[in-house]
Design a binder for this molecule. Sequence first.
Ligand code: 5GP
Length: 205
Amino acid sequence: MPAGLGPRRARGTDPVRRSCCTNLVGVDAADISADLEHVLHTADQIDARGTELAALIDADYAGRRPVLVGVLNGAMIVMSDLCRAMHCHVEVDWMAVSSYGSGTRSSGVVRILKDLTVDVAGRDVLIVEDIIDTGLTLSYLVHNIATRGAASVRVVTMFRKPEALNAPAEADEIPDEFVVGYGLDYAGRYRNLRDLATLAPHVYR
Ligand code: 5GP
């Protein structure tokens, strides 16, 4: 087995990781948990799902070398987990777009803040996204990358909301609520939570 592709470190044995916010070693965890309402997916559930998705991607791209395009900043965690759980060769690149501002609903207007460095003409591109809400961001990105001459453009996402347009079937559907954790933020915070959770109402006030 190539270096780095061995079994992942077991989770759950470390008491620091048992709740969604106690991974914040050195930070007063109680402050963070007071901001959360419900945990929708635990770190272990997300981890298991990521392993399944990685196996599906490995099978789909067998014998090819896809370019994984992560959508910053939210997809940083899912990209890091997925690509390390995969066994096929990949290249990784990033785009940053803005579609939300600092609010909790998509503005519908997508702006590229950071573009690709890899030339994707003739390449198989897999866009790695954290969550699909309306699907507007991904529709824009798929079209944008296709117009650069990519051989194929597909999407993998961990989570989708009920009304999402063109979301991959494998994505876990979550309720139509604003969520944080596993890379997703609210006004720049909560990305480093290991679970996916909803915020308590007092945070929005
Ligand atoms: P869409 O264009 O599909 O409506 O929105 C996609 C982007 O909005 C996602 O990549 C993500 O960054 C952000 N987003 C959508 N839903 C949520 C959510 O519930 N929480 C957070 N933090 N970001 C979200």
